[in-house]
Design a protein around this ligand. Structure first.
Ligand SMILES: Cc1cc2nc3c(=O)[nH]c(=O)nc-3n(C[C@H](O)[C@H](O)[C@H](O)COP(=O)(O)OP(=O)(O)OC[C@H]3O[C@@H](n4cnc5c(N)ncnc54)[C@H](O)[C@@H]3O)c2cc1C
Length: 393
């Protein structure tokens, strides 16, 4: 694959930079730069700006709103967004359910659901996991029983990210108990305003409310909301997971490294900057080498529309690095990282009198990042996938 930047690429890079400079408000940039919490309005605001420019869904087919870019342009675009401290795009609609809809959905489903994803009027969440069915996803028990023109759905989904804001949920449901567990699963799109749906918060170890339980009691779902064929949902579910796992992390990792370096330059160790301390400098260098490796692995998969086992590989390395950066940051701020200040991740938080400004978010970020090795299929499960796909074991 040719990934040399050409003149056209550099002109494109300048165009993206100019767009960001003209459209990203300073306070939003500030939140992203310091790793603070973003509100739904923040995401929606930025997604709409991208959509107005025609850049919100570049990987979609052109006739549906995508862009015909070379792999290098996709790479430049992602990189510039991150280096410009733009809010990340919320993936559940545009990167996850949309490819399932435009690949396996009917013409009516494309017409009905894709415009709302593009203009961010419809916010989606993912209903895969259940209490007792996470890694062993095929054992899921949420039941959908067909009655005339509707499915009647009963069961519980858990760890549902941002369900509290969602208009729609894409759900794996059991429609048959015949054959292997994978053979009785269907893929349903469910309106979160349907009677019988209840969302309750799960507060994670860092004190934040990102995930939820979603309870379904006799929820009526029109059969036209079924994707593809009944009992073929496992195929669509796996297709979606490839997109979820190959989400680019390079930019976010570079941001973490940049924050870490800034802190290490300001912290002191034995009378000099921490960044000059041989022990810490070696850890930083090691992190940077691993990040470079990750970046090149990601570049290698850029031109591959069907990343396969590489998606698992990238997920493991990328999330290990996310966690490592949060650990090094906590180590760098030393005892100033001890006070656990939950609200330190809220923009405008009045910093405490002890320690430098950058220290307060270190502990909440460290705890929040424990999730990365679990979601999108835990890293142990990714290793199992790799051992089967690559080693044939
Ligand atoms: C912050 C967060 C957000 C999430 N968001 C969503 C969401 O929006 N939608 C959604 O559907 N799900 C979501 N999840 C759920 C996530 O996909 C599951 O937590 C994950 O798949 C693990 O399932 P589990 O929690 O049931 O753990 P379990 O499957 O019970 O696993 C427990 C431990 O055992 C290990 N383990 C299990 N089986 C094996 C095996 N065969 N070999 C080796 N080790 C094994 C696991 O790696 C893990 O360490 C989210 C999770 C988190 C933490």
């Amino acid at each position: 694959m040719d990934i040399q930047f050409r003149d056209g690429d550099l002109a494109f890079q300048a165009e993206v930079r100019q767009f960001i400079g003209e459209n990203l408000p300073a306070d939003l940039r500030d939140k992203v730069q310091h790793g603070l919490h973003l509100d739904k309005e923040d995401y929606v605001f930025w997604q709409r700006k991208l959509n107005e420019r025609g850049w919100f869904a570049p990987h979609w087919p052109v006739e549906l709103g995508g862009v015909e870019w070379r792999p290098t342009q996709h790479y430049i675009f992602q990189n510039e967004l991150v280096e410009g401290y733009c809010p990340p795009v919320m993936p559940f609609g545009v990167r996850m359910v949309a490819p399932v809809i435009f690949t396996y959905g009917s013409a009516e489903q494309k017409q009905r659901f894709l415009p709302g994803i593009l203009d961010s009027t419809a916010w989606w969440c993912q209903g895969y996991s259940e209490p007792g069915s996470g890694s062993d996803l095929a054992s899921l028990q949420t039941k959908a029983v067909r009655e005339g023109d509707h499915y009647i759905v009963n069961g519980t989904k858990t760890w549902t990210t941002l369900a509290q804001f969602s208009d729609w949920i894409f759900c794996l449901v059991r429609t048959s108990n015949q054959g292997k567990p994978q053979e009785g699963i269907s893929f349903l799109l469910i309106d979160m305003k349907s009677p019988g749906i209840e969302v309750t918060p799960i507060i994670t170890i860092d004190g934040s409310h990102e995930v939820n339980s979603v309870f379904f009691t006799d929820v009526r779902v029109p059969v036209e909301n079924l994707i593809g064929e009944e009992n073929d949902g496992w195929t669509y579910a796996k297709f979606l997971l490839l997109f979820e796992r190959s989400n680019s992390l390079t930019g976010g990792l570079k941001q973490q490294l940049h924050r870490l370096r800034t802190i290490a330059d300001q912290e002191r160790a034995n009378g000099a900057a921490l960044s000059a301390d041989p022990g810490f400098a070696a850890q930083l260098a090691d992190y940077e080498v691993q990040l470079r490796t990750y970046e090149f692995l990601e570049l290698r998969t850029l031109g591959n529309p069907n990343p396969g086992a590489e998606a698992s590989y990238l997920k493991i390395i990328g999330t290990d690095l996310q966690q490592l950066a949060s650990e090094l940051t906590l180590r760098a701020v030393a005892h100033y990282g001890n006070p656990y200040i939950r609200d330190a991740l809220v923009h405008g938080y009045n910093q405490p009198a002890v320690g430098p400004d950058y220290a307060a978010p270190a502990a909440p970020q460290y705890f929040n990042y424990r999730k990365t090795a679990i979601y999108a299929g835990s890293n142990e499960i990714q290793r199992n996938i790799l051992s089967k796909a690559v080693l044939g074991m």
